[in-house]
Design a binder for this molecule. Structure first.
Ligand SMILES: Cc1cc2nc3c(=O)[nH]c(=O)nc-3n(C[C@H](O)[C@H](O)[C@H](O)COP(=O)(O)OP(=O)(O)OC[C@H]3O[C@@H](n4cnc5c(N)ncnc54)[C@H](O)[C@@H]3O)c2cc1C
Length: 479
């Protein structure tokens, strides 16, 4: 019998639930061959402008775990995951050629590096009479359902949200298949690399981390279930979201959403179920609001393409005289600015790969506005270390804070001391990450640079030795 074969190329959609490419492959072909490629450029490469390692260990570990789990789930359904390390446009091509596939299905990516890879693969496939078939897998909303063409997407989030939530329903998530056709082509399954194979030392998670994030679809669904149903944490979401310590202050869904282990539509429909049971809630709406914000940044990336990466941003603002100062940047990345609220956040991200939303806004504002450093340096450092790095969310938020983003008029300036006092009034967060300051009373904890010599002696803390001198006097934010 003539068998129609498809390759299913997993990318940032490491799940079986609500996976459009998977469903379309199953609808079109008799046999589907799932493939994942550890792209050498993503794991060994460097960031575009400033050469940070492209994927630091936390995200690398998360991806490894996600791929392992995906393979296990596929095996349980009667299939497998073919794993390769190299360039997807070559590796997927070789598999497609050997399998004499008709098509390669994948969820389409929209940003430059990812598009180049899918275009290169598509060209290779054309050379042997095969085709790419693209699906959509990242968002709540479908471009085709929007009440405006992409080029007319409103530049402000408020406008975008109003137009979209009023007129566009979120489509239901697609089901997880109950069984999959076996792979009949003789293909080496390949080994999922370990962390050391990807150039990192194996590490122990920091016990202070907000959560021990574990990659994979099951973990993502479990976290969603925990947040809504077991912990009933959604009822506090609006108030707790600006928290800094522990696993429960916000959903922490971002790493699973970023790697596609969890579909945003699934999160939305669970929220709906929650509301059906407990009644409409402004807290559930709040989470929906942030999922829409995530969509908005993706649509902005689609509308403005590579401009989101340019210093002048989507607004094309030549303006500010930001410096590419590696010395200043290093003090910031190492958490040695002498401003405790900044340092605590920067040590958290470097030691865990995660930082709260409140923290991200503060460290970004500080780098851009108080140190005058080029915002792209900060964005690329985040690209490197974040466990939840998502190209559109990361660059979009940096655009916004730098004041070059769509809809942004001025740089978003935060008064770091007032923020620290509001969100960490007793200095507990600062003390968690800067144990050298644990002897300071709450009224001094955020401004150690203001301690007199006698106070330093009394507190057994020497500024300049035990804790860095402030790069920016905290007096700046007085009053
Ligand atoms: C400078 C900067 C860089 C950022 N980089 C990233 C990034 O690379 N990846 C990323 O997922 N988020 C990024 N964010 C947005 C936000 O900080 C994180 O999504 C959030 O802190 C993740 O924690 P959570 O899942 O508990 O979020 P929650 O507060 O529980 O929100 C739920 C979900 O909504 C989405 N969301 C929330 N806030 C935002 C936002 N401001 N922009 C876009 N989506 C949002 C996320 O998917 C998040 O998981 C960045 C924010 C800033 C200020």
């Amino acid at each position: 019998m003539y068998t129609k074969r498809a390759i299913l190329w997993f990318r940032l959609d490491l799940r079986l639930h609500d996976n459009e490419a998977l469903q379309e492959a199953l609808n079109s072909a008799d046999e589907v061959i799932p493939v994942y490629v550890f792209d050498e450029r993503i794991f060994w490469g460097r960031t575009h402008y400033f050469g940070f390692p492209k994927t630091a260990k936390f995200r690398a570990q998360f991806i490894i775990e996600s791929v392992r789990e995906l393979r296990q789930s596929l095996r349980e359904l009667g299939s497998d995951l073919i794993v390769r390390v190299g360039k997807p446009e070559e590796e997927v091509f070789e598999i497609a050629k050997k399998a004499r596939a008709h098509w390669v299905f994948c969820n389409r990516e929209r940003t430059d590096e990812e598009v180049k890879v899918q275009d290169a693969l598509e060209k290779n496939l054309w050379s042997i009479g095969q085709e790419m078939r693209y699906s959509r897998g990242k968002l709540l909303y479908y471009t085709a359902d929007l009440p405006f063409p992409i080029q007319h997407t409103p530049d402000t989030f408020t406008q975008f949200r109003k137009e979209v939530e009023r007129y566009v329903p979120v489509r239901s998530p697609l089901p997880t298949p109950e069984a999959l056709p076996p792979i009949t082509v003789a293909l080496e399954p390949g080994v999922v690399p370990g962390l050391q194979n990807l150039g990192h030392e194996v590490f122990e998670p920091d016990p202070r981390a907000t959560l021990s994030f574990r990659g994979g679809e099951r973990e993502g669904l479990r976290r969603l279930h925990y947040y809504l149903w077991e912990g009933e944490l959604i009822d506090d979401f609006k108030e707790s979201r600006d928290g800094l310590i522990g696993g429960d202050y916000s959903t922490k869904l971002s790493p699973w959403l970023a790697q596609g282990c969890l579909s945003p539509k699934m999160a939305y429909y669970e929220l709906r179920k929650y509301e059906e049971k407990y009644g409409k809630s402004k807290f559930a709406y709040e989470l929906f609001y942030y999922l829409m914000l995530r969509d908005y940044y993706r649509f902005m990336a689609k509308k403005y393409c590579n401009q989101i990466f340019f210093k002048s941003g989507p607004q094309n603002i030549a303006g500010a005289n930001w410096r590419n100062d590696r010395g200043l940047l290093q003090q910031w990345t190492e958490g040695r600015t002498g401003v405790p609220f900044i340092d605590a956040n920067m040590r958290e991200i470097s030691q865990t790969g995660y930082m709260s939303s409140r923290g991200r806004q503060n460290v970004a504002s500080f780098l851009i506005n108080d140190l005058g450093v080029n915002w792209q340096m900060g964005a690329e450092y985040f690209e490197s270390v974040l466990i939840d790095y998502d190209v559109a969310s990361n660059w979009g938020n940096w655009n916004f804070i730098a004041g070059v983003g769509s809809g942004a008029r001025d740089a978003r300036y935060l008064n770091i001391i007032s923020q620290a006092k509001t969100y960490d009034p007793k200095g507990e967060y600062v003390k968690l990450w800067l144990p050298e300051l644990k002897g300071l009373p709450p009224e001094k904890i955020h401004q150690p640079d203001q301690l007199s010599f006698s106070e330093q002696e009394e507190l057994h803390l020497r500024i300049g030795d035990d804790y860095p001198r402030a790069m920016v006097s905290t007096d700046k934010w007085r009053g």
